[in-house]
Write a protein that binds this ligand. Structure first.
Ligand SMILES: Nc1ncnc2c1ncn2[C@@H]1O[C@H](COP(=O)(O)OP(=O)(O)OP(=O)(O)O)[C@@H](O)[C@H]1O
Length: 474
């Protein structure tokens, strides 16, 4: 089948779509290291030419040649192959030439020959990648204090669509896992839902499709597409605030689905009642089921996410030092946390160094100088504050008395040191009278557990944290 002429002209668009598909096909760190440096330089309808820095060209061609080919073929047509060329400073961008005697050309011919025996494409043949990201599953989601409730609600909804909570409204700050849970529900229902249909979209996409349908005169088809689903997942409903016409259509879509027992799941950066510009009637619909928040990740969740990611990407780590540095530095956003890990791994790979705490510190110092400033070690300040709050002496805090009067403040102080300084576990142990790093780990875990169930303890931590921050601003 010849390639669709509509998609052969805009190189940037082709590359964007190919990148989106590749992102779904390989681990993030692999993507950052090997795919990000590639640049599209031409497409003649059959060969998509990509340039790679000379040092990695042959590795990329060897390791990802087949993936690039099958992905490009799936998006652009079965005849299309990818040629990975070396970028040389002297040559400007030029269209791909067929049959050039380059080693890249040889790679291409070899892979094209290989494909004749039925290599399968990695993405479906369609003009847009499936919006449901198969990598965002419940298995990949790390549960912690910040997201436990939202996770449980999402799982219930996935298990019993339309019956547990309807709608489910997930809200929270950026990068804390709302989209992940949304897609996890979709993937779960697709897998175990006995044929229930799922549609996942963003308000942005819903709007574009709606406006396209209005102008293209196929509004009935648009309505049918959205209204015949058993599960509708909508990301970022806060963006409905600026779109009066779309909000109206969305309201009717919502009602049509709700009235027929379909499950709706929505995400937002705010509570429904804080979406001021929406009509009351829609806000009320959003609040009619279960509203669950996700807050910023606690230290244990941050470490859990990093461990899982490292394991998933098959990283070789001498110890967890690098992960600890990242978890201490990046505290509010899981996306940023993963981004930091990817950069550390990319740097280690390019410099051929092991992924150590020292390397992570160097990379993050350059990337997040601000973060370094705000997490300057202030161990004594924490210790003084805790001694004062619990009326114990410094000797008691740093000693080994295990009575509850002293051991709880000590555990709490270690937890605060972990949260608010960039000291490693062994360093915190040393500052607390020469304790072992496993003692610090235990203290942090116990404290986190207690904070999850004991409101008084939580209030104490909040108060101490406020005082720490206030002191820091002086
Ligand atoms: N608890 C978690 N376990 C594993 N990965 C997580 C977790 N929370 C977030 N992530 C990962 O962090 C990244 C950002 O998460 P996600 O896109 O779901 O955030 P979000 O809350 O929807 O952010 P935004 O509001 O900016 O869209 C994703 O790669 C996601 O897989």
């Amino acid at each position: 089948m010849p390639p669709d002429p509509a998609v052969t002209h805009d190189l940037d668009d082709i590359w964007n779509r190919l990148q989106a598909a590749l992102r779904q096909a390989v681990p993030d760190s692999t993507y950052e290291i090997w795919i990000t440096p590639l640049q599209p330089v031409g497409f003649d309808g059959e060969v998509l030419a990509l340039e790679a820095p000379a040092g990695i060209r042959s590795l990329v061609a060897q390791r990802f040649g087949r993936l690039l080919d099958t992905t490009a073929a799936a998006l652009l047509g079965p005849e299309v192959t990818v040629e990975v060329q070396s970028s040389t400073p002297a040559r400007g961008k030029q269209p791909a030439g067929r049959g050039r005697g380059t080693d890249a050309g040889a790679d291409r011919d070899r892979r094209r020959a290989e494909r004749t025996d039925g290599t399968r494409a990695v993405v479906p043949h369609q003009s847009q990648p499936d919006p449901l990201n198969p990598k965002l599953t419940f298995e990949q989601f790390v549960i912690g204090d910040a997201n436990r409730f939202a996770h449980a609600a999402a799982l219930s909804v996935a298990e019993l669509p339309g019956q547990a909570y309807n709608p489910l409204f997930l809200y929270g700050p950026p990068g804390v896992g709302k989209t992940h849970l949304l897609h996890a529900i979709g993937n779960y229902v697709r897998r175990y839902g006995s044929g229930l249909t799922v549609r996942c979209t963003t308000v942005e996409r819903f709007t574009n499709e709606f406006l396209g349908a209005l102008h293209g005169g196929h509004i009935d088809r648009f309505k049918a597409t959205y209204r015949r689903n058993d599960v509708l997942l909508i990301d970022d409903v806060q963006f409905l605030e600026q779109k009066a016409k779309t909000e109206e259509e969305f309201f009717h879509t919502f009602n049509a689905l709700y009235d027929t027992g379909s499950q709706l799941v929505l995400t937002s950066d705010r509570l429904p009642r804080d979406l001021d510009a929406l009509h009351d009637r829609l806000r009320e619909r959003f609040e009619a089921g279960l509203v669950a928040d996700i807050t910023t990740p606690d230290p244990a969740t941050r470490m859990g996410v990093l461990r899982k990611r490292a394991h998933h990407d098959g990283l070789t780590l001498p110890d967890e030092g690098a992960l600890e540095v990242i978890a201490q530095r990046i505290t509010t956003n899981v996306r940023a946390l993963e981004g930091a890990l990817i950069r550390v791994v990319a740097f280690a790979s390019l410099e051929r160094e092991p992924i150590t705490a020292d390397l992570a510190t160097r990379v993050l110092d350059t990337l997040y100088p601000q973060a370094r400033k705000t997490v300057r070690i202030d161990m004594e300040q924490i210790q003084d504050l805790v001694c004062d709050a619990f009326s114990i002496t410094r000797e008691e805090l740093l000693g080994s008395d295990r009575s509850a009067r002293v051991s709880w403040p000590r555990q709490l102080a270690m937890y605060l040191a972990r949260e608010h300084t960039d000291a490693t576990l062994p360093a915190i142990g040393r500052s607390f009278g020469g304790k072992n790093h496993t003692t610090v780990m235990y203290a942090c875990r116990k404290t986190a557990e207690r904070l999850a169930t004991d409101p008084d303890a939580l209030a104490t931590v909040d108060d101490l944290t406020r005082r720490l921050r206030a002191d820091r601003q002086d």
